[in-house]
Write a protein that binds this ligand. Structure first.
Ligand SMILES: [Zn+2]
Length: 420
């Protein structure tokens, strides 16, 4: 057995084992704390809500455990099991042009990955989310989403695959640098096109009509010296009762988007405070920092791929007998995640730091108590657990545990207000 085969197997099994262990810890911790609502939340969250959040969290973790095992099997089947090699042989027969054959190879493997994920996705939407009362997706909407998503994947994925393969074949030894530049330009284009061309394929966006709320939002934006083109309401309730708010676009084209589900559950002041938190991610430069780190990570990825693609053992050790650009790309995309997950605790910790900073910004420019109340309402409506396992949370959570977050916000409520 080649050393790389062994290293890959150890990494893949190690990843799955750590995920399963953390999930198991999360289930046990949440279930052990399911009977008592934590002190700070007892006024708003009933024992029934708390028990529902525990059951929902445990159910999601159990499904996640199945998914972890299934994903590892699919990865194994495609690599050492010969899946990539077999699809490569088929695409070679289907087309005489190396570029077209390579593109078909990449799309063929992605199609297998998409089909392999379908049963769990169906189960999640129509069994699990349904059971907890969150699902509002009708089967026709699910099928339409799937067809639109796959068409988009075919068009965009096909274009990226063909572009990268063409650069690999023609740009010489430094192809990876050219490839990275092309990838960054493509990502920028997609980000620009997303709000106007792609998001409307899946949802309806209508201008925010509530005049009082609009006035509040405009005042907040002026206070923070922030320019956004428009405020939209998205029909999130078509698919799920989970609520959210976000920004899209770049520069002066920035848009604010509220899920309709959020607008019905929060007061205008609470909505303003949630928006102030989202706005903080721009004002405190979290978004550009993430973009830079992402760009550097993809540069490192392209450089590594550039080197690996030239090594014969990279193919033979991972189940592909014949060297080829498409095979290199596919092996890289499937094998690298078995190693990069070790960085996720650091990335999650970085993100939690940003969340605390954004909460503090919202407390300063809007209202700490309103944001705390809004968060508790969202925890309740989304059946988020208030008692996550500390280790699971440190490893996975992009947002701080509820108790910590609310405690910090309450400390930021001015003393004059706290007395009321
Ligand atoms: Zn945030």
């Amino acid at each position: 057995m080649h050393t790389l085969t062994l290293i890959f197997l150890v990494a893949l099994v190690g990843h799955a084992a750590v995920q399963l262990w953390l999930a198991r810890r999360q289930i046990m911790f949440v279930e052990a704390h399911a009977a008592t609502v934590p002190a700070g939340f007892a006024a708003v969250i009933s024992p029934a809500d708390h028990a529902k959040a525990a059951a929902y969290t445990a159910a999601k973790q159990r499904l996640g455990m199945v998914e972890t095992g299934w994903d590892a099997l699919v990865t194994l089947g495609l690599t050492l099991g010969g899946g990539i090699a077999a699809i490569g042989a088929w695409s070679g027969q289907a087309s005489g042009s190396p570029l077209l054959a390579g593109t078909l190879h990449v799309l063929g493997v992605f199609a297998v990955v998409a089909l392999a994920g379908l049963p769990l996705s169906l189960y999640r939407t129509f069994v699990q989310e349904q059971r907890f009362g969150f699902n509002r997706t009708r089967p026709a909407v699910f099928v339409a989403d799937l067809l639109k998503g796959w068409t988009l994947g075919l068009v965009l994925g096909g274009a990226v695959a063909a572009g990268v393969l063409w650069i690999m074949a023609t740009a010489g030894a430094w192809w990876w640098l050219v490839g990275w530049a092309a990838w960054m330009s493509f990502s920028l284009l997609v980000t620009l096109a997303w709000p106007r061309l792609i998001a409307p394929l899946f949802n309806k966006f209508s201008p925010l009509e509530d005049a009082e709320l609009r006035r509040r939002i405009d005042a907040l934006l002026a206070r923070c010296d922030f320019h956004a083109k428009s405020v939209f309401v998205m029909d999130g309730s078509r698919r799920s009762s989970h609520g959210n708010a976000y920004f899209t676009g770049f520069g002066r084209e920035k848009r604010i988007v509220f899920f309709d589900t959020l607008l019905t559950s929060l007061t205008p002041l609470q909505i303003e405070s949630v928006l102030a938190h989202e706005l903080a991610h721009f004002k405190l430069r979290h978004i550009p920092q993430r973009l830079v780190v992402g760009a550097l990570m993809s540069l490192a990825g392209f450089a590594l791929l550039g080197w690996l693609a030239g090594q014969d053992w990279f193919y033979s050790a991972l189940g592909v007998p014949v060297r080829g650009d498409a095979a290199a790309l596919l092996l890289f995309l499937l094998v690298v995640p078995a190693f990069t997950w070790v960085a996720s605790p650091a990335l999650a910790a970085w993100s939690r730091r940003h969340e605390f900073q954004a909460d503090a910004f919202a407390a300063e420019h809007s209202d700490a108590r309103a944001l705390a109340d809004a968060l508790v309402t969202m925890y309740k409506d989304n059946a988020s657990t208030l008692t996550p396992d500390p280790l699971h949370s440190a490893f996975h959570d992009s947002h701080p545990p509820p108790a910590q977050r609310i405690q910090r916000l309450q400390a930021l409520v001015p003393a004059s207000v706290r007395a009321r």
